[in-house]
Design a protein around this ligand. Structure first.
Ligand code: PNW
Length: 495
């Protein structure tokens, strides 16, 4: 079944040909969420493999052993993406598939390298530009066991750099768009502050046996920022001159609106919340070169400091701003001293504002509501503060009622809720471009329904419905996949 869309009327008519001719659009995925083949063809264990085999950690009790079987079905997937009209595909490499034990002196798994070579070749043969993320949360378990993974910056960094170099060497002749880390913030907040993601550490003993949310969260973030910068430096010095690619980092960030726009404390709190969530990583890399003053004043010495040498390589270490964003929250200030385990900036995040206005319609994911106007404001906020080209690397939603038995009905596949989400956000994106914001890509999250981390298979983010019960993980296109193709044809300038 296909659907065609018409954009001849206002306000879409005014947005025609707004995006640059070489604008990239497509879908983003992550290795641990789609590949499957978790322990075959030489792949080593990652922290997510361990996490999902620990009872009680994943909502539906599932594992990612098979996921969508993207490892086996990559040719079929590339053909399906091509039929959607994408021009680019963002995927991540599984570190422990390439170096099963992860470390600088550990052996390389050539079968893993072959898999990514084949995927990259298949994409290029089909006219699809690969965007490659080195790290999307799946640290090799062996490194966690050896020295505590990213908690040990000194031991971890050489291991990460060797992995990064190997990837530049083996894939960089064809990959011209590199992303070092996906959402270093969500990795550390969920894995070390809340303890609900791998490696499952926090101060909360009812949930995690070990960890300290008040310190480890910031230590791990520091390791990510500095090792990103070292990888970028090596790429720029040793690979970029002949490979001629770009390298950067992808940060998460939702928009924060004041709960009461007339209360200066809430206005300040909203800005502080944006700093704790976004500027935490973005200020050192794109801005002042250091952590925001608001964070230093709340966290004191629990927030690490950059050495002069670190500062000099971190600032300017990303060629572009890789941006993942999903939603907006209303933010109300809290009085008194912040809790020791606070990571938000001593604020409360709410679904309605002081006038009772909702932040948007509910999806099938508790934190995610459709909130396009916040997205438009966020694009301006990032552009005004950092002034670097923005690559949108993830954006998308779940929709209620899609968690059904196969085969899905025509009604389920006609995912108007997701179409409305994309439509409203892309209008904001195109308007921001008209206002002068430099945006160069958009990757929908995500290509197919997949294994949504601790939410298991219950949160379906795909533009393609997947029958997870079937051996073939049968794919059924949803309307939103075709919507994106049609709308980008309208928005991207011709020729
Ligand atoms: C991203 N938040 O994570 C990840 O990059 C994907 O792997 C993931 O599947 C996708 O978004 C959907 O969850 C996020 O709470 C998780 O704001 C949580 C948030 C944002 C991004």
């Amino acid at each position: 079944m296909t659907w065609t869309h018409n954009f001849d009327e206002s306000p879409d008519a005014e947005l025609k040909d707004t995006l640059r001719r070489d604008f990239h659009w497509g879908f983003a995925t992550a290795a641990a969420q789609v590949e499957g083949t978790w322990n075959k063809d030489g792949k080593g264990e990652s922290i997510w493999d361990k996490f999902c085999h620990t009872p009680g950690k994943v909502k539906d009790g599932s594992t990612n052993e098979d996921a969508t079987r993207a490892y086996d079905l990559y040719k079929q997937d590339v053909a399906l993406m091509k039929s959607y009209g994408v021009t680019a595909y963002r995927f991540s490499l599984s570190w422990s598939r390439i170096i099963p034990l992860g470390g600088i002196n550990d052996p390389v798994n050539e079968k893993g390298v072959d898999y990514y070579n084949n995927l990259i070749d298949e994409l290029i043969a089909n006219g699809i530009t690969p965007f490659v993320t080195l790290f999307h949360w799946d640290t090799p378990q062996a490194l966690e066991d050896r020295y505590g993974g990213m908690l040990n910056q000194e031991k971890y960094t050489p291991d990460f750099l060797r992995y990064a170099c190997l990837c530049f060497e083996r894939f960089g002749d064809r990959v011209k768009h590199w992303i070092t880390y996906n959402e270093p913030g969500v990795y550390t907040l969920a894995g070390y502050a809340a303890g609900v993601h791998a490696p499952a550490r926090s101060s909360f003993r009812e949930r995690n046996a070990e960890g300290d949310s008040s310190t480890e969260t910031f230590i791990v973030a520091h390791t990510e920022i500095v090792s990103h910068a070292r990888a970028a430096k090596i790429y720029r010095e040793e690979f970029k001159p002949h490979q001629k690619g770009q390298i950067g980092i992808t940060l998460h960030g939702n928009y924060s609106e004041p709960w009461d726009v007339n209360d200066p404390k809430d206005v300040e709190a909203a800005q502080r919340a944006r700093e704790f969530e976004i500027a935490w990583f973005a200020d050192p890399i794109y801005g002042s070169g250091d952590y925001p003053a608001s964070m230093r004043s709340q966290l004191g010495s629990r927030l690490p400091t950059f050495t002069d040498e670190e500062k000099s390589i971190v600032k300017g270490s990303s060629d572009f701003y890789g941006m993942n964003t999903y939603t907006t929250f209303f933010v109300r200030h809290l009085d008194g001293e912040a809790d020791i385990n606070d990571h938000l900036g001593n604020v409360e995040k709410l679904d309605t504002n002081s006038e009772g206005k909702s932040r948007g319609p509910e999806s099938d994911t508790y934190w995610l509501r459709t909130a396009p106007s916040g997205f438009g404001k966020l694009l301006h906020w990032i552009w005004d503060r950092y002034h670097v080209p923005i690559y949108m690397t993830e954006n998308g939603t779940t929709a209620k009622g899609e968690h059904v038995k196969a085969p899905p009905s025509a009604e389920v596949l006609n995912d108007t809720f997701r179409v409305d989400f994309f439509h409203s956000y892309l209008r904001e994106l195109a308007r921001a471009v008209q206002d002068g914001v430099d945006i160069r890509s958009y990757f929908g999250w995500t290509f197919t329904d997949n294994w949504e981390w601790a939410a298991g298979f219950e949160d379906r983010f795909g533009c393609t419905w997947v029958d997870f019960e079937s051996e073939e993980k049968t794919r059924f296109p949803k309307r939103s996949a075709y919507f994106l193709g049609d709308y980008f044809t309208h928005l991207i300038a011709e020729g």
